[in-house]
Design a binder for this molecule. Sequence first.
Ligand SMILES: [Zn+2]
Ligand SMILES: [Zn+2]
Ligand SMILES: [Zn+2]
Ligand SMILES: [Zn+2]
Length: 333
Amino acid sequence: MNAAELFSYPFMQRALLAALFTGLAAPAIGTYLVQRRLALMGDGIGHVAVTGVALGLVTGWSPTWTAVVIAVLGAVLIEVIRERGHTNGDVALALLFYGGLAGGVLVTGLGGQSAAQLQQYLFGSITTISAGDVIVTMVLAALVILVCVGLAPQLFAVAQDPEFARVAGLRVRVYNVLVAVLAAVSVTVAMRTVGLLLVSALMVVPVATSQQLSRTFRATLVSAMALGCLASVGGLTISAFASYHATVAPGPTIVLLSLAGFVVTWPIGAWLRHRARLRAPFADEPVGHDVTDTHPHDHGPTCGHVAVPHDDHVDYVHDGHRHAPHGAHYDEH
Ligand SMILES: [Zn+2]
Ligand SMILES: [Zn+2]
Ligand SMILES: [Zn+2]
Ligand SMILES: [Zn+2]
């Protein structure tokens, strides 16, 4: 069987579309989660969403939509608990995560549904995705991608330095809740592709890989999306071909392919970091006067970049860096 034959099946075409969109959306929001050191947030939301899926299976509503609702509620709750910064915040999150997972499994059983049905959502079942679910997946994923790319300057400023963003007049809480909601939507989008228990991997691993190779925030975002896409489409294809010889589930294949990408790029990243240190051995020393690369753009109040007050001057958030006008050039701040 060759690739053309394989991809002529409608179920493979649906799976391919779902994989493509999931692979783009999950790392897009994952970039902001990693930047805010919330890499495991997707995992937590995934646990909570199990209850949403169970409610859908038991009531006969679409599990995709009940999962979206419960995941969004859970994500906002996680954000509220996190933002309050209580000393017992991590315990509260643990209660939420394991309560969500255990509750979901219990509700599924009580409703007379088999564990096998829930398992489709725990570990993914992309090749059985229906035409309706593919459309929902594509619409939700497109929404996540649009917001993540379109609001990149604001979301980056908030994730990078909430204090500066607050002073600059950005509504930090609104953006944080927005990131939480987008993460919840991505989790439910990726649920059919890699499953709720592996969702976080697709949100985090491509970002970790692209951080090895790219220096600016925008480059990290774009290459993480490309890598996520490559891993999900590649993993699906590999598992489809391997399925002629053995049982090879697409979800774990996608995650392992993504991890393989990280393992391969890690030495390159280490070498790049080493080379950067050799080139600029005193890079740490002259704080505040690190001149930017060639800079064709004049920053000002109307240039469209987020302006952040910084001591006695204003920095402009530009491509993941803060640029401060200094004479005829710009400094990295
Ligand atoms: Zn500007
Ligand atoms: Zn500055
Ligand atoms: Zn600049
Ligand atoms: Zn300067």
